[in-house]
Design a protein around this ligand. Structure first.
Ligand code: FES
Length: 106
């Protein structure tokens, strides 16, 4: 972890719809926090590496989100587009503690 990062409590896990996301609005670029069917959470910049589509409005399946604009599939763990597409969405560290979601910001 970067020492310039600090953890902020975002919400309860249950405040994020399963297979959905919650948007964190920032001037430096919004962050989409996703929840999978098995209650894992992942955070990516809300900006598709293709043409900046809002990943927060995509469809979550497994540990992947499909971009709502042109259906690129983005791996939630790595932020990488799945082949044959190439690109990467910035990831943010996120963790769950006692049912609450914490996001690391810098
Ligand atoms: S902007 Fe996401 S697939 Fe085109």
């Amino acid at each position: 972890m970067n020492i310039n990062e600090f953890w902020v409590r975002l919400c309860a896990v249950d405040d994020i719809p399963p297979l959905g996301s919650r948007l964190v609005e920032r001037t430096a670029g919004n962050i989409a926090v996703f929840r999978t069917a098995d209650d894992k959470v992942f955070a990516l910049l809300d900006r598709c590496p293709h043409k900046a589509g809002p990943l927060s409005q995509g469809i979550v399946h497994g540990e992947t989100v499909t971009c709502p604009l042109h259906s690129w599939q983005i791996d939630l763990q790595s932020g990488e587009a799945k082949a044959p597409d190439v690109g990467c969405a910035r990831r943010f560290p996120v963790k769950i503690e006692s049912g609450d979601v914490f996001l690391a910001l810098d």
